[in-house]
Design a protein around this ligand. Sequence first.
Ligand code: DGJ
Length: 747
Amino acid sequence: MSIRFDENNRIFYLNTVNSEYQIKIDEYGVALHTYYGKPVGNTDMSYLITEMDRGFSGNLYEARDRRGVSPDTLPTEYSTYGAGDFRLSAAGIIADNGSRTYDLRYVSHDIKSGKEALKGLPYVRAEKDKVDTLELKLEDKIIGLEVTLIYNVFEEKDVITRSARFANKSEKTITLTKAASMSIDIQYADLDIIEFHGRHAMERQTERRELGHDIHVISSKRGTSSHHHNPFVILCDHNADEDNGLCYGFMLVYSGNHAEEIEKDQAGSVRVVSGISGDGFAWKLGQDEDFQTPEVILACTENGLNELSYLYHRIIRENVCPAEFRDMKRPVLINNWEGTYFDFDEEKIMGIAKSASEIGCEMLVLDDGWFGVRNDDNSGLGDWFVNIDKLPGGIKKIADYTNSLGMKFGLWFEPEMVNEDSDLYRNHPDWALKDPDRKPVMGRNQLVLDMSRKEVVDYLFDSISKILDSANIEYVKWDFNRSLSNIYSFAADTEKQGEIAHRFMLGTYDLMQRLRERYPKIMIEGCSGGGGRFDAGILFYSPQIWCSDNSDAINRLKIQKGTSYGYPVSSMGAHVSASPNHQNGRVVPIETRAIVAMSGTFGYELDPRKLSEEDKATIKKQIEEFNRFYTLIQKGRYYRLTTDRQEGYYVAWQFVSEDKSEALLNVVATDVQGNPEIPFVRLKGLDAEAEYEIDYVKLSTGTTAEGGTNNSKTGKSFSGSALMHGGYATGPMFGVYPALQIHFKRK
Ligand code: DGJ
């Protein structure tokens, strides 16, 4: 059992192979957080708590003669409000008499093996792993509120998941205005924060800074996890780097409004509160009703950021994503969006299918514009029936034709949206989220459907199923192209309106789950104008998410690197698109574009009919090469190799197979220099004793990296220790965004 309770001292020990988490119930029944870090052999770490009167930090009534024991300074497992703790509260409660105070004390606990599914929510699956669960029941006796803190210990995977369940045990109504999944207090915390902010077409930019004595909030009230603030945050030592240093990760398994709040308090402790955002949130709990929060995945390591990322990659790939697609070879796809946008018909799409098959693509994805009356982005959303003016033979004709070419077929949907100019809206104007007395805020000229209504979800399930039943469709791209505003449901009572943003997410998850159950073999690729819903919640239903609408390889280096801190390469949709790039006009060689897109799920997004014969031949080869390295890339360990300073000039990253028998090094020069500094990296994760031989070198056109040091040649060999400690110099890189990819094979 990875969870142990020491009854005499009332301490819970949660042990993974490389971490230990401790909770102590103190003499007043408060659940204290006493440790999270490297295993300390179940030493009671409460000796680190200092009893000290800090002034203006009050005391529990029963501890009034111990002024050094204050809820305002103690490290707790789930923070309270109005009961003496002035730091961030984990919940917001309004009791029937209007009081906002809640004070939680230990009631009981249950330790059991296994893990229960979270009903209606995505979660980390136990799968074949040994997982133990602690349910810690806390209560505010005065208002009859029960809060159960749920901990799942994935012993071998070195992660712990946390969530909270609220239950109203009184006869009166309790309103939740905030219901975080977790809070934690890290004492003596002199830490940096790393977060992933962004914008449409520039998602998950990495930002690292020192935590000061303030409250730092990463949040979204867009109804989605958002392009702007990913629900994943890292706290780490100031000197932590890829290979060393204490790092904590907190990742919310949720796709809607969220908040990760971090406060460094007067004594230098850091509190992290993570969960659904309290903005606009109000949830009424009647007698015996409960509310389950989403989960947070926690990980902790002293071995630096790379190890932290590895823990998240492994748990997401193996325990969050649907099992059906984990080991499946995902098809190299061609998507017509950047190739045609809305300007296509049957003949054009079939022509694209034909030439894509000739260059080795394995799946054709027909993007936006095949349904309703949709010739631009102003109409048609919600009308999930084929536009036979454009596609007279229906989806079936195209799917059959694509299959006859030896390729799979996939189709785009944007289920949760509706245009005013659509039959659906004309028939059901009240199915859209909008304020009854205002003109709605528009986004891409579309409205958002009220997914909190069962009839809306049913309509979508039926109409999407009809299409999926009509042809051999093996993949669905699930898009979402605006933020939520005017969140008001025509079907809900006044006092329920504060529940709609979360109920919207529950409706979406329900639709995804129902479609997954009915079509377990259809792979969903998540998407929200690129990576606006790139989160572990969506990954529960879809093993990959379109990473960004920005397909420029050079911008992608930053987007994919930021994404890689928390999410595996196998989840990142990445395509080679035309050059000059449509988002920023940049010209990048096709080899460089492919090397970057290969560090994702890989595919093409262009019109293959317009390619030169030379590019066609190149692509054919690229697909063969990607397939050769598929397992290494998708399942190997991923290492970021370059520092921010180096990345002003070149970016490098690497994959190593689990058995260390092979490695793939990738280098892209982002700013070539005259009389250059030579790109240099120390490889990681190799077998120090082994000898590795280069058996494959890919250089982008015009690159002369083999010059000078002469290292990038097939047949050359190096010891693992030389590559890891001495390092590897590429030679001068010359040309337009030159790139280099090298495969090392253990001899
Ligand atoms: C946004 C997506 O990210 C694109 O790939 C494309 O599918 C468009 N929507 C279509 O409207």
